[in-house]
Design a protein. Structure first.
Length: 239
């Protein structure tokens, strides 16, 4: 039982965010396209019609998950349920976009955890959620890499440590306000970080072995942002 608790605790500590997302957490690549195109899953992606503005993360259509290698046998997957974020969206100038996200560590979701295990992970031995009640991501640069892709670099703060991370982000399209909804845009993002960079090095396999939980953490974000409609945008900051 102790071995199980230690292993699961290390897995939980491997998470990050995207910040917010927010994650997502995420700024975007160019938001226009000359004609509809097919996405990787075969769905039609129409040209973007969403205008520039402040967009709020739609928590109902956002997921922030992470994977770590466990003993080299599997890629354990978990995530966070409470993610908030705001995106300054500008389809005419994607390099100028900014995103901020916040993740509540207490919203960590694990597969069938034992009773009391979540509380243990929130204690000082692990996330220390009382001292560090939020994980955050604030973008610092957006580098366009393709018609609908960009590398979004930002500062991730996790467990009291702030370090830069880069997410590979794909813009999935957007639409202007309509009879059913406000303006809406969608993104997919992925990245890799080392948990040891954030003071979470317990259980990393010794060189040449897989006995433990990997230092590398694969992060995946699926998110939508909205302006108006059921998800109202945050008010622009005063200048």
């Amino acid at each position: 039982m102790r071995r199980y608790l230690v292993t699961c605790a290390v897995l939980a500590l491997a998470a990050c965010a995207p910040k917010p997302a927010d994650t997502a957490k995420t700024a975007a690549a160019p938001a226009t396209a000359p004609a509809p195109a097919a996405s990787a899953d075969g769905m039609t992606v129409p040209p973007n019609t969403a205008a520039a503005g402040t967009y709020k993360l739609d928590k109902a259509h956002t997921s922030l998950s992470f994977k770590v290698s466990h003993l080299g046998f599997s890629h354990y997957t978990a995530g966070f349920d409470d993610v908030n974020g705001t995106l300054q969206f500008d389809p005419a100038n994607p390099a100028a976009m900014t995103v901020e996200a916040t993740i509540d560590p207490k919203s960590l979701h694990l597969n069938t955890p034992p009773a009391g295990f979540h509380d243990e992970l929130m204690s000082k031995a692990w996330f220390d959620a009382a001292a560090f009640p939020a994980m955050t991501f604030k973008s610092t640069k957006v580098e366009v890499t393709g018609p609908k892709t960009a590398d979004v670099t930002g500062d991730l703060t996790l467990h009291g440590v702030t370090r830069p991370v880069t997410l590979a982000v794909t813009f999935n399209g957007g639409y202007a306000p309509n009879a059913f909804d406000g303006a809406r845009i969608g993104f997919s993002g992925k990245g890799v970080l080392k948990r040891s960079d954030y003071g979470m090095g317990f259980g990393i396999p010794a060189p040449g072995t897989n006995f433990g939980v990997s230092d590398n953490v694969d992060v995946a974000i699926e998110t939508e942002f909205a302006n108006g409609g059921p998800v109202k945008a945050a008010a622009p900051a005063a200048k």
